[in-house]
Design a protein around this ligand. Sequence first.
Ligand code: DX5
Ligand code: ZN
Length: 232
Amino acid sequence: MTFCYTFDTMSHIVAPSLLAADFLNLERDVSLVNQSEADWLHFDVMDGVFVPNISFGQPILKPVAKHCAKVVDVHLMIERPELYVEEFVELGADYVSFHIEATRHVHRTIQLIKGAGGKAGLALNPHTAVESAFDVLEDLDLVVLMSVNPGFGGQKFIYRTLHKIAALKDEITTRNLDVHIQVDGGVGLHNAEKILQAGANVLVAGSAVFKSDDPTDTISRLKNVGIENLHF
Ligand code: DX5
Ligand code: ZN
């Protein structure tokens, strides 16, 4: 199957993931993102329960959000996110995404984020049917399709995700909604175009950016994906 959605070149969003940054030089790496063509900064919170890894949380978000000139995009990989979402908004998150698999109260959690003044995202693990987001689609600002099993950076992109992107894009278009489709995990210059063609508009990239020789240039190339195919 080929995915032939014609994406609007340059209008997509690039969100470098801080998980792959140098933690001894966070200020430097946030500044790098500030001065780059990146649109958002992706901030991965892991609790060691929902995912088999622990990253960082509120005490790190506060200074990062303060220093960050871009949209702060928090991805919560934690159990019972409803207990924490308001706090993350108060600490400077613009978007707060939580996992559908991590709570019994998806609709309530979305309302908590919005009530605190944030934008709400719902994240789906690779095994979760994309249709499970459909009954709250109207309430959402963002759907995060995980293209790796959450918990670690540097994993391989699961190509089945392309079908989920296309199905979600169809539904959003049919219902004439304004919901971002974010793809998270294993995204890089080798597959960005395919992901955008399938209908996604937010690319999260950790290792592809921060482990590259020139992160600023990689961000720029991710932002300009597709432009070389245009004929003026
Ligand atoms: C994985 C995280 C991702 C991670 C992506 O659980 O949610 O945001 O930072 O890292 P890469 O781009 O290296 O796959
Ligand atoms: Zn993430």
